[in-house]
Design a protein around this ligand. Sequence first.
Ligand code: SF4
Length: 352
Amino acid sequence: MPGLSCSLPGPTMGGVRPLPAGPGEPDGRFVLEDYEPACLRLHREGRLAERVAAARRELEDCCACPRNCHCNRIRNETRACHTGRYAVVASAFPHFGGEDCLRGWRGSGTIFFSLCNLRCSFCQNWDISQRLSGKECGPGEIADLMLGLQEMGCHNVNFVTPEHVAPQVIEAVAEAAARGLRVPIVYNTSAYDALSSLRLLDGLVDVYMPDFKFWKPETALALARARDYPERAREAILEMHRQVGPLKLGPDGLARRGVLVRHLVMPGQEDEAAAIFEWLAGEVSPDTYVNVMGQYRPQYQVGQIAANGGTKYAAIDRAPRPQEMEAALASARRAGLWRFDERREPARRRAN
Ligand code: SF4
């Protein structure tokens, strides 16, 4: 398939290779011994067809994400996300970056969707999120990719940027479940998700991995053209937590079920990070697993925003400083969060 790279990783290892425990781990409350992907239960109970039917109804008058465009995507109409009846897959491959508990030693089976419902001015993947890149794939083709990644030995199937194609993800998971899927489903999202879509995903997704990007509506409007992002993200993360709870790992150290929140530390936005961490600890759970990410780099339209936004956003035209990363981590700990993946860019490069 053009645009898709599905190369085999290096030699796969037999058996289980536990990952190193983090500080304070393992904690029995966050270990899941017995496991099967959530969707298999719905498959056995014969309840996936009704989810697929509801997902298709959502596409007829599209409110699959908070943009609420109300176009008929079954008829291939498009609006804000420029995506019609079928999802566009930009690439699918075993990914060896990101969190240890997802990439493990055989990689996370990532399926990157093209196009997006947000307009982040700093998007690192803008060439696929803001431009059409890849190939339209029906549910059967996406299920083929999922099962192919499983065959390669990937520890999970990881849907990246799925908010605008949540109904198509449901169709594909239903098909893959019937055809032998046995690894966890990871939903790797900006958190600009509709509650209606998340409720249709209840019992299909094992690990939710939402970003929480901005706290203030004015920042979300200026940097991602979505003033309601903070409110929608709070609703979405609460719903995800209601469905799957705090992140639990298997005895091998791999993610099995739960919520893993990512926050990308942005220079000059320390107060937003602190507010996000306080809310996560206070309103979701102090046991929320958080990846405090330090790989922000100015790119795409950031120069324009920094130049036109006055002093307010001037700092986003540079990488975060070490003291800004330390301040973000300190504010997370002060808030009461204690389960971290505190990656900085040099460590990420070494680990990769
Ligand atoms: S998924 Fe796309 S078409 Fe549907 S509401 Fe969101 S942006 Fe609009």
